[in-house]
Design a protein around this ligand. Sequence first.
Ligand code: SAM
Length: 275
Amino acid sequence: MSPPRPGTLHVVATPIGHRDDIGARAIETLRRVKVIAAEDTRHTRPLLQHLGIDTPLVALHDHNERTAVDGLVERMRGGDDIALVSDAGTPLISDPGFRFVRAARAAGLKVSPVPGPSAVVAALSVAGLPSDRFVFEGFLAAKSGARRARLSELAGETRTMIFYESSHRILESLQDMRDVFGPGREAVVARELTKMFETVLDGPLADLVDRVAADPNQQRGEFVVMVAGREASEDERLAEGLRVFAILKDELPPAKAAKLAAAITGAPRKALYGA
Ligand code: SAM
């Protein structure tokens, strides 16, 4: 008898708040697989009940992932398709699953996403901050010293920065961001996205600290904090413009190269052409 076709690991996103934010393919996958590996089975069971799905669940969280993964990979080798879910949003995004995905890939097994909600993308999509480039920082440290140290390392970051935060620390984290990035730096606080008390506040960090401090309701729930990157200085823009101009001028007439380099980098065109 030929060996069974190996199973696939489906990494399935689930809602971050609104129960209906689950796609048809996610539902079909959760119904069809042999077993669902869930961060917290008590959390996932009500979702499955709501969807009328009775696929068996096994726990896969930070504390048992190392030991549980071997057995799950073995099941896949034996032909079982498995779905991986976390409590909310996309598994592996500040959630468990990394070791399982890594082990499945290392074993040459197929790992396939069933994409859906993730708070980082949902928040960025409504922030109105530059989104062509961004960095996801996940959770900052719980202790202020370590938190400020990390923020200081990010002080020169020019891309939009995205942080996850909990109700316990939202105010202190915003205060630290104000102190490290400066009171005028633009930021957006997205709270309870897709839920009843969804709010999206924007403004300079000093204003956001004041508004969140003044209203205890604004300190409740789940948060994504997004901070605009540092604006490049005139000198930095010129240096970047010259770098891009040097590349383009080998392929284009100098006037055209200067025009394009200025448009790409924001450097003054005359200065580039002069160079
Ligand atoms: N895997 C999830 C994802 O894809 O977004 C993230 C899990 S992480 C343990 C939970 C954190 O995500 C929360 O503390 C909060 O920072 C953010 N988050 C999750 N749901 C959210 C929501 N509805 N509104 C705002 N932030 C949310």
